[in-house]
Design a protein around this ligand. Sequence first.
Ligand code: NAD
Length: 351
Amino acid sequence: MRILVTGGAGFIGSALIRYLVREVGVEVLNVDKLTYAGNLASLKDVENAPNYRFFKADICAKPIMTDIFDSFRPDRVMHLAAESHVDRSINAAGTFIETNVVGTFTLLEAARAYWNGLSASARVHFRFVHVSTDEVYGSLGDQDLFHEDTPYDPSSPYSASKAASDHLAIAWQRTYGLPVIVSNCSNNYGPYHFPEKLIPLVILNALEGKPLPVYGKGANIRDWLYVEDHARALHLIAERGRPGEKYNVGGRNEQRNIDVVRRICQIMDAMRPKDGPHEHLITYVDDRPGHDARYAIDATRLETELGWKAQEKFESGIEKTVAWFLENEWWWRPLRKTVYPGERLGLLERR
Ligand code: NAD
């Protein structure tokens, strides 16, 4: 079994590759452009494994993608390469359109040409898993959940670009028969999470005694999923999911942002008592434009059809995550020096 993973040097892609290489034992080719968010250090545990290879490339480069399909000859594509940070998309949407929309189109076309040339049995066996987000559904009221048939209603340039890519992926299945499956997952957290995202930013700012930025009143609700649970879900979807279907992935774990930040402060107080208490560092900042109020996933299809269930509870997952960041400064320290030019919060260290 050969699996082509795009974006494997990112947060979720690297968790997926560690799982596929070490626990599933399949052959993996990681194709990644290594943008600011791509980090091969996240794959240190598997870099010398005989069933893992890395190739630096841009998914928008059609001839290179075509060569990769023809030489690696994958049974599966798991497409995670994307620009993924909402704040960056608000400041500069161009790369989001380029990678998320044009890049996905380019990859679908390369996959289609390769798939058309396969034998009949290999064509039936092939899968293209397009990995997407619950943000395509827009904002929820108090009661409802996102179902697979919830209409798309994206609010940010990021979620609009992902929505466009989901439509392309489904259209390639309906029009050309390419065996595409789309997954829409809620917010992930865990080890190797890039320090611009809420949970790692709060852990590291707390560690360094810096302000902990919270948008608006911190009332926005997200449905947090431990990244290793997402990796297992993606593998199941690739192996047992139905082509042409969508699968929502989420841990049934809704939390207000302010509660997540307070919980991290409590864990930091316990793990670093000499530096605490940390809650006074919480700083409310102007709300993000177009900030969706609530996301919450109904994962019933994934649970009943494919037998998936989130294994990590938020309580243990967030403790493991804080502990991981405290123990792995070698990984995050170089990334803290990355200045994000459009940083709206102005709270990251600038060097
Ligand atoms: P990430 O930003 O951490 O990683 C993205 C990876 O894609 C990086 O390694 C980057 O170098 C690579 N990349 C970017 N542009 C590329 C290009 N043109 N060609 C090749 N590689 C390129 O993102 P993530 O958080 O790991 O998310 C992975 C996927 O999962 C994305 O498609 C995202 O939309 C989706 N998703 C993320 C979350 C989340 O909470 N992080 C939730 C649901 C879905």
